[in-house]
Design a protein around this ligand. Structure first.
Ligand code: C5P
Length: 319
């Protein structure tokens, strides 16, 4: 539990992780699979207010709009939704929830509180059915990684999880964010199922995140971290937090920074144990969490008991 108490205070480093996770992190740094070349400064000691304004300036959500090569020539302009993600709620949402899939949310009884928000964001295949008491049942936005679209076991085409919600998909692209390279060699080919889904369900808002947005977030995490972080994209959790900060006046994040219920159970909906789910191996998750901890405006009691962090939305900032 000592680690948890230090995490709540923002006072941890990767050296406090177990040796297996430390080795995994080192191996990812050595592999540098996405060709990251970071040139910026590290550990800018920004204040909370400066950090928030930096996120607003450089962390604005961007999705593929079909105007850039190769997508322009492939006829994506009319394929993507006519209304951009940022304009779906032009007057902005008041209060929003981001519900992490962590096992620690089990037995939280947070369902009612989560559903009381104007919009709720969930991840990948995280269900609500059967878990309503702890996670609620409202879903407004669902972020899905490219494996959800390509792995038949997720039944992307017919599962009700992916209907009647705003869908936002992403796939790790090269750090250069060269769209031609990415299109030729995505991590998982999300482009074909995206086209098919758009043609079959033209009225459902469904976006693909722009690689520049994802790597911009990575840059901000690295700039504000002393250690060398994993050269891999931030987790869906961090991406989801930023999407809601763009759309809402206030964002309540549940079980990202773990509560007192912290567990090695990876997901609340799956019997699988791995500390890497909470602390990161591939994703720079520990560093994302330290950054979010620095931005928290909620109470310590909510952090400990609910695993809840409260963040201002971008429109609530005066920069
Ligand atoms: O595993 P998955 O990516 O679907 O989970 C959604 C997000 O929830 C992760 O990207 C991560 O940010 C967060 N998460 C967490 N701790 C866990 C499981 C998930 O912080 N144990």
């Amino acid at each position: 539990r000592a680690f948890l108490y230090r995490l709540w205070k923002g006072n941890v480093s990767s050296r406090m992780l177990n040796p297996r996770l430390q080795k995994a992190m080192r191996d990812y740094v050595a592999a540098n699979k996405h060709g990251v070349r970071f040139r910026g400064p590290r550990e800018a000691r920004r204040s909370r207010a400066e950090l928030l304004c930096e996120l607003r300036r450089r962390g604005r959500v961007r999705t593929l709009d079909g105007t850039e090569a190769p997508f322009s020539a492939l006829g994506w302009r009319p394929l993507v939704p006519a209304v951009p993600l940022g304009q779906l709620h032009p007057r902005g949402l008041r209060s929003c929830a981001v519900v992490m899939s962590a096992g620690a949310i089990l037995n939280s009884s947070l369902g009612q509180e989560i559903d009381s928000h104007d919009a709720v964001l969930r991840f990948n295949s995280a269900p609500t059915r059967g878990y309503e008491k702890d996670v609620g049942n409202k879903t407004t936005v669902r972020i899905i990684n490219s494996q959800i679209l390509t792995n038949p076991s997720h039944h992307f085409i017919d599962s009700s999880l992916y209907k009647d919600v705003i869908l936002v998909a992403w796939d790790p692209a090269p750090y250069s964010a060269n769209l031609n390279l990415w299109y030729k060699k995505p991590d998982y080919n999300l482009f074909t199922p995206y086209i098919q889904h758009r043609q079959k369900n033209p009225t459902q808002p469904f976006y693909i995140l722009h690689p520049k947005f994802i790597w911009q977030l990575w840059d901000i995490i690295q700039e504000n971290t002393k250690e060398k972080i994993q050269p891999n994209p931030p987790s869906s959790g961090f991406i989801g937090i930023l999407i809601m900060m763009s759309m809402c006046k206030e964002v309540h994040v549940y079980e990202y920074i773990p509560s007192i219920r912290q567990t090695e159970l990876c997901h609340y909906h799956e019997l699988y144990y791995d500390a890497a789910c909470t602390l990161g191996a591939y994703h720079p998750l520990l560093y994302e969490k330290l950054l979010v901890q620095r931005l928290n405006t909620g109470t310590q009691a909510d952090l400990h008991r609910k695993g809840k962090v409260v963040l201002p939305g971008f429109r609530a900032l005066r920069c």
